[in-house]
Ligand binder design. Structure first.
Ligand code: FPP
Length: 246
């Protein structure tokens, strides 16, 4: 009987208790490449290949929102050639993935100041967002030229312009780039660094952190399953004393 009542599971994951919103800091591409004697941009190329796999795996599991930290406001200080490599990979990804996103009913959106990205990437983003806007499955949320402090400052600007005198939590949440999305339940950071690095500072107030030493290009679906199972073993209390089933 207990077994009959147990929610369907996949790879040992309880599908009735999935994190609705998973956010990932995809770190370690450079180290992955260096360890193998390749240029850093090759690590990013392998990183993008992994993005494909993880996006499909999340959509297949039934995750509702997947946010990927693809380019931060701080990443502009990297060498010009690496920035150009990352932008080129983003463009290629958008061209090659449009069909897969549609086939998997995935809707693309972005957070961050995308207006500062090169024109071809901006245009490809707009095209892909338009082509996927009616999809009803997972939202793939790419953080591009994203910085959480910049996002919060921008939100203050929006509220001041609206004449809001005393902003509520809801006022602030709905003025962030992530307006309309649930806060992340689980934030995964690869490559062992134990920082938020200006990512979703407001939204992560109660989100669970999962840090793994695995470098992003090696973070395969089995690693994602491990992270979700770990999440499911935790007791989220949201400041109270009783565990809350989310
Ligand atoms: C961190 O690795 C990774 C980034 C700064 C960029 C992540 C970008 C991608 C995976 C590719 C672009 C994404 C899409 C969706 C097309 P790092 O270079 O900081 O690695 P390191 O810490 O080992 O040097």
């Amino acid at each position: 009987m207990a077994n009959e009542l147990k929610a369907k599971d996949k790879q040992g994951i309880d599908l009735s208790n999935l994190p609705s919103h998973v956010a990932i800091i995809m770190d370690g591409n450079g180290r992955w490449a260096k360890k193998r004697g390749f240029p850093r941009v090759y690590g990013h190329k392998k990183g993008v290949e992994n993005v494909r796999e993880i996006v499909e795996t999340c959509a297949d599991l039934g995750v509702k929102v997947l946010t990927l930290y693809a380019f931060s406001t701080e990443n502009w200080i990297r060498p010009k050639s690496e920035i150009a490599g990352l932008m080129s990979l983003l463009g290629k990804y958008l061209v090659s993935e449009e069909k897969t996103l549609n086939d998997n009913n995935i809707r693309l959106r972005t957070i961050g100041d995308t207006g500062a990205l090169p024109k071809p990437q901006r245009e490809l983003l707009e095209k892909t967002m338009r082509s996927t806007e009616k999809n009803t499955g997972m939202v793939l949320n790419l953080a591009l030229n994203y910085g959480s402090r910049q996002e919060i400052i921008r939100a203050f600007g929006i509220l001041v312009e609206k004449g809001v005198q005393r902003a509520s939590e809801q006022d602030i949440s709905s003025s962030l780039y992530t307006a309309g999305l649930p806060d992340p339940d689980l934030l995964i950071r690869t490559s062992g660094e134990q920082r938020l690095s200006n990512f979703l500072l407001w939204q992560m107030a109660y989100g669970e952190l999962y840090i793994t030493d695995v470098l992003w290009p090696d973070f395969k679906p089995q690693e994602l399953y491990k992270a979700i199972k770990d999440f499911q073993s935790r007791h989220r209390r949201f400041g109270g004393i009783k565990a809350v089933q989310t």
